[in-house]
Design a protein around this ligand. Structure first.
Ligand code: 3PG
Ligand code: CO
Length: 615
């Protein structure tokens, strides 16, 4: 096997208990009324910041620091936890889009000062179509595909689409077998958020499928409003509809068939609430939903008005013919592709689509289809068994090394983030490296609610589990994710997010107190920003208004850096952040944690953030 032995750190001892605390969605931003961390009572995190200056710093958690294409790309939990756990930066590609919801600049750069905030906000709403017309040149893509760098999902899909290799793969050929007699269905998140999926990839895949013989196509859409601004789904649906019109002009029978909001329909994660997937199954597969419309544009407009739901919570709907029959249920002989590249919110539907034996809900019908994922979502389960693009290989993660070198690991979060500190942390690998050395504990999340109604979530329970794991002295590393800032921040509810931040801070205190008791060490950090800024801003940093003059709530992540604090009685007095990694990012944390366990990091890891001064 590959050498997994780590060298001893020349100065730092082994066998200390190290708590690694990841505050999800906890960035550092200027204090103002939209900074929920600032507005909240957070004495523990404040004391870390105001404590020993050499033991608190910021690291980059967005853009190229976590392998995203540009520094205009907000961070997300997948790439964040990948970087934290793997200690290296995997490139997500550098040519994604030139325009993004999460920033106010257009591709033309400076728009001048004459534009009022309102005009800018309107432009945000209206440039929906314009910004999706960006295409990478084939030359550029071919060049990319020859690069030797390690790449993550979005980039792998981009390359496969641009080079056409996606159509030569086993997965597409399997799907293609149904094109003659069946319908080709695509199911996924419809936005350019770039976290789970991308509209431009869907557009290319639709075009490519037609060129490869698809004659009847049905698209099943999940509306976003979570990685992009609420209210933008209508524009994405219009863009897709325009594409489908063009396909119809070419003789392909192509339509949107069903949909719903991503948080209420289909895209649950980590088995928190199978009802979400059941609603999706009923709409996409059975063609049944409480709401029926003649078009998806009408569906999104009416459901937003009549049910008052945000994009992410739209109820399930199906598109029907004049006679009320659904236009695109999934039936025997059809092909299905789930076009999300990120696994966490597609793996449950993948199970429902693929498994013969399935007892999570009554599927009513289990059509005989050819199903492929955009990627294989779970390498251990080999699920789905067919896929269009091979998933990235994130090897030799810090967890694997540490376990191999005798470090016992405890990891815990509540359901909605459990896979983040296990699956994503371990390089998108499910399961244990060594069951005897590791224990992963999942606290069940509340299900069937939006987390603004329970903003404390399970923070205290997670902290208590961590405390017990620390005090029992069975583990060297006790690693948790505290989801509050992120999960409540995504709802856009500012009051609730303030409560959420306090709950996370309280939880940190419980863990730090336990570390104090055992003479251990703590590392407190975050995976990306969210709760520290809840309003969309123009490039001068001023809040943007919508057409009604209300501020535009930012439900998504941010571009802000995140804190890293180290401390605890077990930390040698000379340990401090070194000055020579000013651009440090999340990937530097892995080597840092390895040092705190008494080991040198492998030479290809991003450098450690700490040094040991002789005093
Ligand atoms: C989600 O899946 O909830 C969001 O798209 C991204 O959030 P996460 O990256 O923090 O999980
Ligand atoms: Co998030």
């Amino acid at each position: 096997g590959i050498e997994r032995k780590l060298a001893d750190h020349p100065k730092l001892p082994k066998d200390k208990t190290v708590a690694v605390v990841v505050l999800d969605g906890w960035g550092e931003a200027s204090p103002n009324q939209y900074n929920c961390i600032h507005a909240a009572d957070t004495p523990t995190m404040d004391s870390l910041k105001k404590g020993v200056p050499e033991r608190w710093r910021l690291v980059r958690a967005h853009g190229t620091a976590v392998g995203l294409p540009t520094d205009d790309d907000m961070g997300n939990s997948e790439v964040g936890h990948n970087a934290l756990g793997a200690g290296r930066i995997y490139a997500q590609g550098h040519t994604r889009t030139l325009w993004d919801h999460n920033k106010t600049e257009t591709r033309d750069g400076d728009k001048g000062d004459q534009n009022s905030e309102k005009a800018e906000a309107l432009e945000v709403a209206q440039t929906q179509d314009a910004k999706t017309d960006f295409r990478r040149s084939v030359d550029e893509a071919e060049e990319d595909s020859e690069e030797e760098t390690d790449e993550l999902e979005a980039k792998l899909v981009d390359n496969a689409l641009a080079s056409g290799k996606i159509y030569e793969g086993e997965g597409f050929k399997y799907i293609n077998e149904c094109f003659e007699a069946g319908t080709f269905h695509l199911i996924g998140l419809l936005s350019d958020g770039g976290v789970h999926s991308r509209l431009d990839q869907l557009q290319l895949l639709l075009k490519g499928a037609c060129e490869h013989g698809a004659k009847r196509i049905r698209v099943h859409i999940l509306t976003d409003g979570r990685d992009v601004l609420d209210g933008t789904s209508l524009g994405f649906v219009q863009t897709l509809e325009n594409d489908l019109v063009k396909l119809r002009e070419k003789g392909v029978d192509a339509q949107i068939a069903s949909g719903g909001g991503r948080m209420y329909v289909t895209m649950d994660r980590y088995e928190n609430d199978w009802n979400v997937v059941k609603r999706g199954w009923e709409a996409h597969v059975l063609g049944e939903a409480p709401y029926k419309f003649r078009s998806a544009v009408e569906a999104v407009k009416k459901l937003r008005e009549e049910t008052n739901a945000d994009d992410q919570y739209l109820p399930p709907f199906v598109i029907v013919h004049d006679n009320g029959k659904p236009v695109g249920p999934i039936v025997d002989g059809d092909a299905v592709v789930t076009f999300n590249f990120r696994a966490d919110r597609m793996v449950m539907l993948a199970k429902a689509l693929e498994y013969e034996d399935f007892d999570k809900f009554d599927r009513v019908r289990f059509p005989k289809i050819h199903y492929a994922g955009m990627l294989q979502y779970d390498g251990e389960l080999k699920l789905p068994s067919h896929y269009l693009v091979s998933p990235p290989e994130i090897e030799r993660t810090s967890g694997e090394y540490l376990v191999h070198n005798g470090v016992r690991i405890f990891a815990c979060s509540e359901t909605v983030k459990f896979g983040h500190v296990t699956f994503f942390w371990n390089g998108n690998r499910s399961g244990y490296f060594n069951r005897e050395m590791e224990e992963y504990v999942e606290i069940p999340s509340d299900s069937g609610i939006t987390f603004n109604v329970q903003p404390k979530m399970k923070a205290l329970e997670i902290a208590e589990k961590a405390r017990d794991a620390i005090l029992c002295r069975k583990f060297h590393q006790v690693r948790v994710n505290l989801p509050n800032g992120d999960m409540v921040g995504h709802t856009g509810d500012i009051e609730a997010t303030i409560v959420a931040c306090k709950a996370a801070d309280d939880a940190v205190k419980v863990i730090l107190d336990a570390i104090e008791q055992v003479g251990g060490i703590y590392v407190v950090t975050a995976d990306h920003g969210n709760a520290e800024d809840m309003v969309k801003r123009n490039k001068r940093g001023e809040p943007l208004l919508d057409k009604n003059g209300n501020i535009q709530i930012l439900t998504s992540h941010t571009l802000h850096p995140v804190p890293v604090a180290i401390g605890g009685p077990g930390l040698l007095p000379g340990v401090r952040f070194c000055k020579d990694v000013p651009d440090g990012g999340l990937a530097n944390v892995a080597a840092t944690v390895m040092n705190l366990h008494g080991f040198e990091a492998p030479s290809d890891y991003e450098p450690t953030l700490i040094e040991v001064a002789d005093n």
